[in-house]
Ligand binder design. Structure first.
Ligand code: MTE
Length: 322
């Protein structure tokens, strides 16, 4: 009998794991492994996880740092990196802000299939690393204001959401965009407790289409010149700088174009405290506290809150009545 070597399912022949530098880019590398397009979604999980994750995270890391765009808040003092990346709201891990960072270790952020679908002509399923081949990133310094009245100033890296939405060609019936975070109880230690408390998970948020298409709204993959830390929403989140932070949904896997205003997690839980629109408005107090001032996370200083978080000139026109 011939000497037959039995290989496990996940075995990758040596010729297919040619060192990465031999390939011009990650797409080529994954194609060699049959891991692009439909293959990416159907291949054996073990095969995907090791080699593809490594290739994807290298490909993403190679996009950093991106060039800063000087048009966005060039004079603001940037918050210190450590508090900005250790004081987090990411309820699927923990409701204690200082514990999230310690609990994200098992969260797998590579590879990261992203789906853009719904009322559009060209729905898309793509891995984030491939998407970044197409959409060049830039760095923008934005103010970031939580509804809980703390704030920071962050250099985010990303690209304009409108560019991605234009690619899928929204149909005329599309009036809103719904976003959804990955829902993975096995990797997110706080998930099942939230579910038991009645949170409508996976975390979901929404924007009007004109808000989503606004040139300030970012698909964000990094901060402080590096890929996003897991606790800040790796590998991809949305940043909407004139709205309270809960609209800036983390670790998104789905973007859906819809006709009607979607239900959103916080509004479903407490509509009077966390309404769908949620623009930063210092003159409209939260039912339980004032929104007139905010506490800087790194200095602890209290500073006045600005209408639309300082972006009134760019966005107030979206909300003019009549
Ligand atoms: N996204 C998900 N999936 N889960 C969350 O709990 N919290 C939101 C938002 N996005 C949240 C989320 C809230 S309330 C805020 S203020 C910001 O993320 C906090 O972002 P940061 O931790 O990067 O400062």
């Amino acid at each position: 009998m011939a000497n037959v070597l039995i290989r496990p399912d996940w075995y990758i022949p040596e010729r297919l794991v040619t060192p990465e530098h031999v390939y011009r880019n990650r797409r080529t590398f994954l194609r060699q492994m049959g891991l692009t397009g439909a293959g990416l979604f159907t291949a054996a999980p073990a095969l995907l996880s090791a080699r593809a994750a490594e290739a994807a995270s290298k490909a993403i890391a190679s996009r950093f740092p991106a060039k800063r765009n000087p048009d966005f808040n060039p004079k603001l003092r940037i918050s210190n990196e450590d508090p900005a990346t250790s004081y987090n709201n990411f309820y699927e891990f923990s409701t204690s802000k200082d514990r999230v960072k310690r609990l994200v270790g098992n969260f797998k952020t590579q590879p990261w299939p992203l789906e853009i679908y719904g009322l559009c002509e060209k729905p898309l399923k793509v891995d984030l690393a491939d998407l970044l081949e197409e959409f060049p990133q830039e760095e923008r310094v934005y103010r970031f204001r939580c509804v809980e009245a703390w704030s920071m100033v962050v250099p985010w890296t990303g690209f304009v959401l409108a560019d991605l939405l234009k690619k899928v060609q929204p149909k005329s019936e599309a009036k809103f965009v719904r976003f959804e975070t990955a829902g993975r109880p096995e990797e997110m230690p706080g998930y099942n407790r939230l579910l038991a408390q009645g949170y409508p998970l996976p975390y979901n948020e929404g924007l009007r289409l004109d808000e989503a298409m606004h040139p300030l709204t970012l698909v964000c993959t990094g901060m402080y010149g590096k890929p996003l830390p897991k606790q800040n929403g790796a590998p991809v989140r949305i940043i909407v700088p004139w709205k309270y932070g809960y609209k800036s949904i983390k670790s998104i896997v789905k973007i859906e174009l819809v006709a009607k205003q979607p239900s959103t997690l916080w509004e479903a839980l407490q509509p009077t405290e966390y309404p769908f629109e949620s623009n930063v408005e210092p003159n409209v107090p939260h039912p339980r506290w004032s929104q007139a001032t905010e506490r800087e996370v790194d200095t602890g200083d209290r500073i006045p809150t600005l209408p639309y978080n300082g972006y009134a000139e760019q966005v107030a026109k979206l909300y003019k009545k009549g």
